[in-house]
Design a protein around this ligand. Structure first.
Ligand SMILES: *Cc1c(COP(=O)(O)O)cnc(C)c1O
Length: 473
């Protein structure tokens, strides 16, 4: 399988190359040259497989021999999940289910892709060195650190805005003791962190010292690794002989795009609900073809606080029937004008499958409380938005609706307790999180200062041993 850029001006690459490249050099995103298709009989054969085997079978056409022993890597990636089903389904009502995607080591759905990515990187690099640099507002950084800690040849440097991630999120990053992990708390905002990362990627001097890469959600391998759980849930509820629908708490559009890909590959999906918080650009787009930027408003579901959903470009490319020049023109216009001019025909092509849903903080708290009282189920704010979207946009009878639960309630304890009166406990594997020592450096919002730290971490500078441990309590 080869991969092409949505902007059409980058060389086609194979899976291993796309894994290391992240963004395409023309500014576009890599997509498969063609979509693999599973017949109903082939889907039926996947029934009853353990999750790791299913994941390897669904991803095989994308990886296409670029890595040896994909089933073995999948088994290792999902072995430590806290539930033997890896992604269990919980029934809330007749034909209403929750797909729990938060049983990985950092309690958010990002572990499903990241745990596999860490192992894919190690194998594709085969001993060569690579420095992963990323900015995080919480979940991605924790999942990436947990997946890449101690991996051969890999250094990982994560920037987060000092004092602006939740305590659980910070501790999940800073209590990892591996020598190849660096946590840098930047005196600035999340946007400052992202700007520093972009500047490092653009700095040719740094790049001549270090081979750098990213693990943000524009990386194709992350999307590929999220497709299998759509198959797992649908198979459990009767696919391919019965259609299902999904409601997906959405930020950067990576998760729901994987659902679209599953449908494209032949899984009978009747509806995909794009569930948003008050940052509802995608819901407005679906309702009225209005993709206009507004300022990002902080909410109880911070991982969905986003206005520009980078992965939407991949869907746009398909809606435009793979016209790369048109994709590039529309994306450039969006950056320049803050409004995306999607042709009516492309917008209409999205309608049969997708529908939008948005819920503000008050509605989110009300849903957490209602759900707990009605069924004893505790949902985190992100998952609660997905569940509310599932209830509001249920398809016709006979089609099961599945809400993706993207974080464990203990990851956002304050909001959950306020809304339900119950304080969610951390699962056993993280029970001592508040006792573990933290390791993190506070760094000025200054490119040279951050680059010096990253080089030192990667061993490109004798200053390495001077990395101080600071106690952030
Ligand atoms: C990242 C994240 C999301 C958003 O997922 P996208 O793939 O960016 O749309 C939703 N919920 C949680 C808990 C997350 O960590």
């Amino acid at each position: 399988m080869r991969y092409v850029s949505t902007r059409g001006r980058a060389p086609a690459l194979d899976f291993g190359e796309v894994l290391l490249a992240g963004l395409a050099p023309d500014g576009g995103l890599y997509v498969p040259e063609s979509w693999p298709r599973f017949s109903a009989a082939e889907i039926r054969e996947l029934r009853g497989l353990p999750y790791a085997e299913l994941a390897a079978a669904v991803m095989a056409p994308f990886v296409d021999g670029a890595v040896a022993d994909l089933p073995g890597l999948c088994r290792a990636a999902y072995a430590d999940f806290a539930h033997c089903a890896v992604v269990p389904l919980v029934q809330l009502e007749t034909e209403l289910f929750v797909l729990e995607l938060f049983h990985g080591p950092t309690l958010a759905f990002k572990d499903l892709a990241m745990q596999l990515l860490g192992r894919l990187f190690e194998q594709v690099l085969d001993g060569e060195s690579l420095t992963i640099i990323g900015a995080t507002s919480g979940d991605t950084g924790a999942a990436a650190i947990e997946a890449l800690k101690g991996r051969r040849g890999i250094t990982i440097a994560i920037l987060h805005p000092e004092g602006r991630v939740s305590e659980v999120q910070r501790r999940q990053m800073t209590t990892v003791a591996a020598a190849n992990v660096g946590n840098f708390a930047i005196r600035g905002s999340f946007d400052d962190c992202q700007d520093l990362v972009k500047a490092m990627f653009a700095d040719q001097d740094l790049r001549s010292e270090l081979r750098v890469s990213a693990v943000n959600s524009i990386n194709w391998a992350r999307i590929a690794a999220q497709i299998p759980y759509y198959f797992a849930a649908a198979l459990a509820l009767g696919a391919p002989d019965r259609a299902v629908a999904f409601s997906v708490p959405t930020g950067n559009f990576g998760n729901v795009l994987a659902g679209w890909a599953a449908a494209r590959m032949g899984l009978p999906i009747a509806r995909l609900v794009i569930a948003c918080n008050r940052n509802d650009i995608l819901a407005r787009f679906l309702a009225a073809n209005d993709m206009s930027l507004r300022p990002v408003e902080p909410s109880l579901s911070p991982s969905m606080d986003i206005q520009v959903s980078s992965n939407f470009e991949r869907l746009l490319f398909e809606l435009l029937e793979r016209n790369a020049a048109e994709t590039e023109r529309i994306m450039r216009g969006f950056r320049a004008e803050g409004r995306m001019a999607v042709p009516d025909g492309a917008w209409r092509r999205m309608q049969p499958l997708f529908c939008g849903f948005a819920l503000d903080d008050a509605g989110t708290e009300a849903e957490i409380g209602r759900l707990y009282r009605a069924s004893g189920y505790l949902a985190d704010p992100h998952s609660a938005i997905g569940i509310a979207g599932a209830r509001a946009r249920r398809p016709e009878r006979g089609v099961a609706m599945i809400a993706a639960a993207t974080a464990h309630p203990a990851k956002f304890p304050a909001a959950v307790e306020r809304a339900s009166g119950v304080s969610p406990a951390l699962p056993a594997q993280l029970a001592d999180l508040y006792q573990r020592p933290e390791r993190c450096e506070v760094v000025a919002n200054d490119l040279a200062a951050v680059e010096a730290k990253v080089c030192a971490l990667a061993g490109k500078n004798p200053a390495r041993k001077s990395i101080a441990e600071s106690d952030m309590r």
